[in-house]
Ligand binder design. Structure first.
Ligand SMILES: Cc1cc2nc3c(=O)[nH]c(=O)nc-3n(C[C@H](O)[C@H](O)[C@H](O)COP(=O)(O)OP(=O)(O)OC[C@H]3O[C@@H](n4cnc5c(N)ncnc54)[C@H](O)[C@@H]3O)c2cc1C
Length: 449
């Protein structure tokens, strides 16, 4: 995905772009070897959807026309935090829900349509080429010995990128790595979606908690299907047989996912994956880095997939690469890494901060971090009833607002009020409401609607 998006941006700035891909790509929609995660649920955050539309105007509209599901992220999805769903209210944020191969095929079709771009499929990159002085990358070498020359090389080979070894081979230092062990197991299966499932809602998200360590995601997809992913954190994952899958769903802290799995018709087989650790490579800290090279997507940062951030961050990075190239200045790599670091900082910090609630997750635990997690738990509990809190949280989680918004005085006041016993809360709300408006009733009414 990062490679396709990079190619789209490069085609505006270079006479010719070659997209080098190890797989022979499917015609249309299909799973492929190079993206094994394509079998698993891929959520697209609202911020990522907006970035994709900037790169390919009208893309999300076309996805929906072709069968993806568009629905309000909060009103039509059950986000179960701290034991109950966040207030299901209209948030003004639409989610576009479809499988990874469906989204990738739509993006690929648009990239293929660019006149100055060619795909070189079935081509395995094994190293970088540089000029005699070793200052500039001049292309890549393929497994068959061929060389693809280029003024700018973008490494978007994903989490397993060999970029550190390739840099060392050219005499450059490798980036430092932040690694957070998360011990995740994913098991995913598709089901036929019927209108009565989940009371007509489009999704349910039940993140694993430190107590249960099991979670699940159920999201509607193109062609009247559900994708169901069962998630285990440091405990054995769900089995792939129907009975094992259902037994795991029964252990989740709410019944929404279990009820659909129990009654829906399965499609195809289940698939499993392990995701041991989130990894962030700190290219922005490198003092020496060659000209003519950029790294993007999972090759820079591979996020805990529970938060659905990877594709959206790749789209935001592609937009940033466009603005770096626009300026026409040298040191494209260094300038891009500075911008990418700012894009990555928010999703990385929020995800790692939340992961540290699990005692098994390794990483620096600070008093501030513990305080923030305690605050977030209170915020989620208050957001069961408080529409404003639920919407603000979702805007931050969808990369539309900075996390600092969660600590704005008005939001903190709502969190504190939400933590009061019911009788006191009502009294505070009545005292604060403008004459004639009982805000506590308004929020409860939103919730029940
Ligand atoms: C289990 C799981 C679930 C996920 N869920 C979500 C989600 O819900 N939402 C979300 O946004 N993200 C999710 N992600 C992350 C998402 O898949 C990636 O962030 C996103 O695809 C961007 O990655 P990328 O393009 O950098 O790498 P990839 O998508 O992994 O693509 C790398 C490409 O490089 C090719 N390649 C690799 N090596 C070579 C080589 N040497 N030569 C030539 N080609 C090569 C591969 O064939 C492939 O096409 C999930 C990831 C996992 C593992």
């Amino acid at each position: 995905m990062a490679g396709l998006l990079a190619a789209r941006v490069l085609s505006d700035h270079f006479t010719h772009v070659t997209l080098v891909e190890r797989d022979v790509l499917p015609h249309g929609i299909g799973q492929r070897r190079g993206v094994p995660q394509g079998h698993h649920t891929h959520g697209l955050l609202a911020g990522g959807g907006q970035a994709l539309d900037r790169l390919f105007p009208g893309l999300t509209h076309q996805l929906v026309t072709d069968g993806a599901v568009r629905a309000d992220i909060l009103a039509r999805t059950r986000w179960v935090f701290e034991g109950a769903p966040l207030a299901q209210v209209a948030s003004g944020m639409d989610g576009v829900m479809c499988t990874r191969p469906f989204l990738e095929a739509a993006v690929r079709t648009r990239v293929r349509a660019r006149a100055n771009l060619t795909f070189r499929e079935g081509s395995h990159v094994v190293g970088l080429r540089s000029d005699d002085a070793g200052r500039r990358v001049t292309g890549v070498t393929l497994l068959n010995g061929d060389v693809v020359a280029a003024d700018l090389v973008v490494d978007a080979t994903g989490r397993g990128s060999r970029i550190s070894q390739w840099l060392l081979a050219l005499g450059y230092p490798a980036p430092g790595e932040d690694r957070v062990e998360v011990g995740l197991s994913y098991t995913t299966r598709l089901f036929r979606r019927e209108p009565h499932h989940l009371g007509g809602d489009c999704g349910a998200v039940v993140p694993p908690t430190s107590a249960g360590k099991r979670g699940g995601v159920l999201i509607s997809q193109e062609d009247d299907r559900w994708t169901v992913t069962l998630i285990a954190h440091f405990v054995p994952g769900a089995g792939e047989t129907p009975d094992e899958f259902l037994a795991f769903a029964a252990q989740l802290p709410c019944r929404d996912i279990y009820d659909v799995v129990r009654s829906a018709t399965p499609i195809g087989e289940a698939a499993s994956a392990r995701f041991p650790a989130s990894i962030r490579r700190r290219f922005e800290h490198l003092r020496r880095f060659p000209e003519g090279l950029v790294v993007m997507g999972d090759a820079i940062c591979s996020f805990n997939p529970i938060y659905g951030q990877g594709m959206s961050v790749a789209a935001l990075e592609a937009v940033a690469l466009g603005s770096v190239l626009e300026s026409g200045e040298p040191s494209v790599g260094k300038r891009f890494f500075r911008q990418a670091a700012r894009i990555i900082d928010t999703p990385w910090t929020t995800a790692v901060g939340n992961d540290l609630r699990m005692p098994e997750v390794t990483g620096p635990r600070t008093a501030v971090g513990t305080l923030i997690n305690a605050y977030m738990a209170r915020l989620h509990r208050a957001a069961h009833r408080d529409a404003t809190l639920a919407i603000t949280f979702m805007r931050v989680a969808n990369l539309l607002e900075h996390p600092a918004r969660l600590f704005a005085p008005g939001i903190v006041a709502r969190v504190l009020r939400g933590a009061l016993p019911l009788r006191l809360r009502r009294a505070v709300e009545r005292a604060q409401a403008p004459a004639g408006l009982d805000s506590s009733r308004e929020n409860v009414a939103h919730h029940s609607s």
